[in-house]
Design a protein around this ligand. Structure first.
Ligand code: 13P
Ligand code: SF4
Length: 305
């Protein structure tokens, strides 16, 4: 079966199975094309609350499928490829953060959405890369413990200097691997290009950027900008999607290593096989985890909207 025929079959099957397909913008083009909704982590979380279908398929990584299940426990939620985890989400667990909380009792625990459902049960508020600064400003406490990404956390700390932000040593292995000298090299190669980066990059990279934002933030900025050339400092799919959407502009990946193998784990064949009941994983969480983890996600949507 060629790609087009497989996409048509997926569209037919998802209607038949009452399945809504949500895809993160790091997914490949052929998956974005058959999705009902494509977006960044924040937009996907908000969307998860209002999906009309009885079944939801998340093409992304595990914490995203868990977030859908937490917000829509009455639905059957599937992860497109059971191997698609986010290494950052596995870096800190509940016993570790419970211990830190005991040492910092007057701090609000702000958890990046890239965390497990179990860890979210003890967080006070959840954030995404597009909502973190806004939510940090809106919190009534001026002491924040930001977990797990110290790079996004330090971007929040710089953007909200009036608050004390404590950080731990976690982060995205893909974004954190981009070096400041690679930005200089990319700028030397493309002197007219604007540099757009994700806040999961290290401060030395973020400081050289013309714009810092979430995956959707970067896409919106590039589309609205009068500039013609852009160096894209986030997962390589974003440069690819932008090149499709804006053929009259030029998009250069900041480095060739900005590839998230977990986001790329899902293929169109996986999606097809999930719809045929042959692959994927149904996300199952117990009622207590759902109820406790939901508090911090609801707070994110209340403060981040
Ligand atoms: P967004 O919040 O921009 O969707 O990013 C999610 C993510 O995993 C970035 O690496
Ligand atoms: Fe996780 Fe980084 Fe991949 Fe995002 S890009 S899903 S943070 S490993």
């Amino acid at each position: 079966m060629n790609i087009y025929d497989m996409q048509q079959e997926i569209l037919r099957l998802k209607k038949e199975k009452d399945m809504c397909i949500l895809a993160h913008s790091y997914e490949a083009r052929e998956i974005a094309e058959i999705a009902d909704f494509v977006g960044d982590s924040y937009a996907l979380s908000v969307k998860a609350k209002s999906v009309p279908n009885q079944n939801v398929l998340m093409c992304g990584v595990r914490f995203m499928a868990e977030t859908v299940k937490i917000l829509s426990p009455e639905k059957r939620v599937f992860l497109s490829n059971p191997l698609a985890g986010c290494p950052m989400a596995e870096q800190m667990d509940k016993p570790m953060i419970s211990q830190v909380k005991e040492q910092l009792p007057d701090y609000t625990v702000m958890a990046y959405v890239n965390t497990t459902a179990e860890l979210k049960t003890i967080a006070d508020v959840c954030v995404t890369s597009s909502s973190a600064v806004k939510i940090a400003k809106a919190l009534d406490n001026d002491k924040i413990l930001f977990i797990p990404d110290c790079n996004l956390g330090s971007f929040v700390a710089k953007s909200v200097p009036e608050k004390t932000v404590k950080l731990l040593q976690g982060g995205c292995p893909i974004h954190a691997a981009v070096r400041p000298d690679e930005v200089k090299a990319a700028k030397a190669l493309h002197p007219d290009a604007l540099v757009l980066v994700h806040p999961e990059c290290v401060p030395g990279v973020v400081e050289q950027a013309d714009y810092v934002g979430s995956t959707s933030g970067i896409m919106d900025f590039a589309k609205a900008s009068d500039a013609r050339e852009f160096i894209i400092g986030t997962e390589i799919s974003i440069a690819e999607h932008l090149q499709y959407d804006c053929p009259d502009k030029m998009f250069y990946p900041l480095t060739k290593t900005l590839i998230c193998q977990n986001m790329k784990a899902t293929t169109l064949v996986d999606v097809y096989r999930v719809l045929r009941g042959e692959f994927g994983e149904e996300i199952l969480l117990d009622d207590e985890t759902i109820a406790q983890a939901r508090r911090c996600i609801d707070k994110m949507i209340e403060l981040g909207g």
